[in-house]
Each structure stands twice: as structure tokens, then as C-alpha cells.
Design a protein around this ligand. Structure first.
Ligand SMILES: [Zn+2]
Length: 160
């Protein structure tokens, strides 16, 4: 989905002339319940062309990323016999438990971002996956915070 009708909102070029009202109307075309079913929602800014030509530096090459993903999927399969995305509610309680400060953070996010129970379950599953990619046995508060950040589009009150 584009950020607005012209697709330029939020980039630094200043080429977007859409009004706040137009942008809001554009976003309301995708319904809250539909957005709620999308696990990972992030805003992607238009890259500067110089980035596309720049040397890769020390960013992970795709072969290494692929290895981590394959390993994370193996861990998920060993744990529950399926990928995290397919966990049912009982399995989420069993395999994606969080405690203490993490629980407080999720409760706070529910209040602040008007998250539905389904959104909460999706956040917990994505947290588990982030922890798996990090080769962590437990979901840390950082893993949870990252998963919550991936839901920022549904945090727009106009989607409810
Ligand atoms: Zn625009």
C-alpha cells in the first residue's frame, strides 16, 4: 500500500501535495479488520538512489540471512511441529509466554494502540519468530518491542 494517493507522502523530497484529510481518506480504504490480519506492517521510506549503488559494507548477505531463516524454521518445527504463524491460541499460550516487564509492555501497547485480542496473538507469534531468529529460548522484551513496532499501521485510530 502506498503512503498516500500520489505515493510520495513521508519522503523528504516535498513532492507530496496531499492534504492530511486526503491521506486519511486514502488509508481508510483498507479496513481495520483487514489490517488486523496482516502480521507485519512497516512504513518503508523511498530509498535514495545513492544507497542502491553503494557498496554493501558489513550488512548480512542474503545467503547468511537465508541460513538463519532455515534454522529458525527448524527450531519452530521441532518445538510445535509447525511454523509460529500457524500456532493456535492454546499453542500461543504454551510456546509464546511472556512475563513481568514484557507482559506490562504488551498490556500498555494494547491500551495505547487499541490492539484487538487477535492483534495480541499475532504480536506474540511474531515475537516468538524474532526470538527464534535471534536463537533465543525466551522471548525478551526487545523481541516483543520489535514485534509491536511491526504493527504500527494498525495503531492509527482512524482504522477503527
Ligand atoms: Zn501524496
Amino acid at each position: 500500500m502506498n503512503p498516500c494517493l500520489c505515493g510520495m507522502a513521508g519522503d523528504n523530497s516535498g513532492r507530496c501535495n496531499c492534504s492530511a484529510e486526503q491521506i486519511q481518506r486514502y488509508h481508510s480504504r483498507i479496513s481495520g479488520p483487514l489490517l488486523d490480519r496482516i502480521d507485519i506492517q512497516i512504513e518503508v521510506l523511498r530509498p535514495k538512489t545513492s544507497i542502491l549503488n553503494a557498496p554493501r559494507g558489513n550488512s548480512e548477505c542474503s545467503a547468511i540471512v537465508r541460513e538463519r531463516v532455515v534454522e529458525a524454521r527448524r527450531v519452530q518445527s521441532d518445538r510445535a511441529g509447525k511454523a509460529n504463524a500457524l500456532l493456535d491460541n492454546g499453542e500461543i499460550e504454551q510456546f509464546c509466554s511472556i512475563r513481568g516487564k514484557s507482559l506490562n509492555l504488551l498490556e500498555h501497547a494494547v491500551e495505547q494502540l487499541f490492539l484487538s485480542p487477535r492483534a495480541c496473538h499475532r504480536i506474540l507469534k511474531v515475537s516468538r519468530t524474532i526470538a527464534d531468529l535471534d536463537q533465543a529460548d525466551e522471548i525478551s522484551i526487545e523481541h516483543l518491542a520489535e514485534a509491536i513496532a511491526f504493527r504500527r499501521l494498525s495503531a492509527r485510530p482512524d482504522n477503527f
